[in-house]
Design a protein around this ligand. Structure first.
Ligand SMILES: Cc1cc2nc3c(=O)[nH]c(=O)nc-3n(C[C@H](O)[C@H](O)[C@H](O)COP(=O)(O)O)c2cc1C
Length: 91
């Protein structure tokens, strides 16, 4: 399992690491490390995305990263969206 995170001030990184700590073999990967790759081929069965709410939507950087991901091998996807008001998790 792999968790991609995007974090400006560290909250989403903390959340991603906390989730990964409870799951054996879970890798935490910054979305920024993927920006050079034209298409991301993801071979993990389960992939998570953890990122902050920006202007009541996805940060542009996150939507661009997700659009480049090849979902064909992924069985389960979840997202955790952080804001000072709420934390939303969708699977
Ligand atoms: C540019 C920007 C836009 C934001 N827009 C929203 C928003 O629309 N609604 C909200 O509740 N929080 C908003 N926030 C607050 C972040 O969602 C919140 O601080 C989050 O915990 C930051 O996560 P991070 O530390 O992983 O970057 C915004 C923060 C930034 C920097």
């Amino acid at each position: 399992m792999r968790i991609y995170y995007y974090s400006a001030t560290g909250n989403s990184l903390y959340a991603a690491k906390t989730i990964a700590d409870g799951i054996s073999g879970c890798e935490v990967v910054p979305m920024s490390s993927q920006k050079q790759k034209a298409t991301l081929r993801e071979s993990s069965n389960t992939v998570g995305f953890v990122f902050p709410l920006h202007y009541f939507g996805l940060p542009l950087f996150v939507s661009e990263c997700v659009k480049r991901l090849d979902f064909s091998e992924i069985k389960y996807i979840f997202a955790v969206v952080l804001s000072p008001l709420v934390c939303v998790a969708v699977g």
